[in-house]
Design a protein around this ligand. Structure first.
Ligand code: ADE
Length: 228
């Protein structure tokens, strides 16, 4: 087993890279890929940069060039559900693209022909996450995560995304990773810790809580690697 661990920003993968043994950095396609081992398990870690296009590129490279056969994503998200507060963890049971819109042709939001509105993540990895959460005594929410190329800092937009997709949290990469992994038959898992509430304070909160929430997510991901 070779495990890909992906984030979008340096802050999201730094707490993971700092714990790897036998680190080897490979520069490829204008990015850095960190090969190494965590407690004897082979991993390749990278941050994609923000957004769906960069996330698609990095997930594809982790699978096609580095031969990873499982992908775990770690990072932060904006909360939609009122249950979720800064630092809380959510796992995606499925992911959708909130900014994908060909409704002019009678299709639902988030849908393109031969695609699906929501792409489901791997059930076994979700089960493992629930076991890890229980062992750590941490609450873990499971729900739909909505992805789009937009930092949402607007209560109306957030509510629209929540209602339209029944989503509990939003971010900017997860659904792109889901589409890649599903097309290539690679089991994947998306974990996010809340950094903000996607409202008018989101920019300020994101800057304030990015590092601490990213670390909460990264620590959880490493515990999952231990259980794999
Ligand atoms: N990731 C974390 N917070 C976010 C927000 N408010 N919008 C989009 N992506 C995010």
């Amino acid at each position: 087993m070779k495990i890909a661990i992906m984030g979008a920003m340096p802050e999201e993968i730094e707490p993971i890279i700092s714990k790897l043994d036998n680190l080897n950095v490979v520069e490829y396609a204008a990015n850095k890929y960190y090969e190494g081992a965590y407690h004897g398990k082979e991993v390749v870690v990278a941050y994609s940069k923000i957004g769906k296009v960069f996330a698609t590129l990095t997930a594809t490279i982790l699978i096609e060039k580095f031969d990873c056969n499982t992908l775990l994503f770690s990072g932060v998200a904006g909360a939609i559900s009122n249950d979720l507060k800064v630092g809380d963890l959510i796992i995606a049971d499925s992911l959708c693209q909130h900014d994908l819109d060909i409704t002019a042709f009678g299709h639902p939001y988030g849908y393109v022909p031969e695609g699906e509105v929501c792409v489901a993540s791997d059930e076994k990895l979700r089960d493992l996450a629930k076991q890890v959460a229980e062992a750590k005594g941490l609450p873990l929410k499971e729900g739909i995560i909505a992805t789009g190329d937009q930092f949402v800092a607007d209560a109306e937009r957030k509510e629209w995304i929540g209602k339209t997709f029944n989503a509990d949290a939003l971010e900017m990469e997860g659904a792109a990773v889901a589409v890649v992994c599903s097309a290539l038959n690679v089991p994947f898992f998306i974990l996010r810790a809340i950094s903000d509430a996607a409202d008018m304070d989101a920019g300020f909160d994101f800057d304030k809580f990015l590092e601490s929430s990213a670390k909460i997510s990264a620590d959880f991901i490493l515990s999952m690697v231990d259980g794999m």
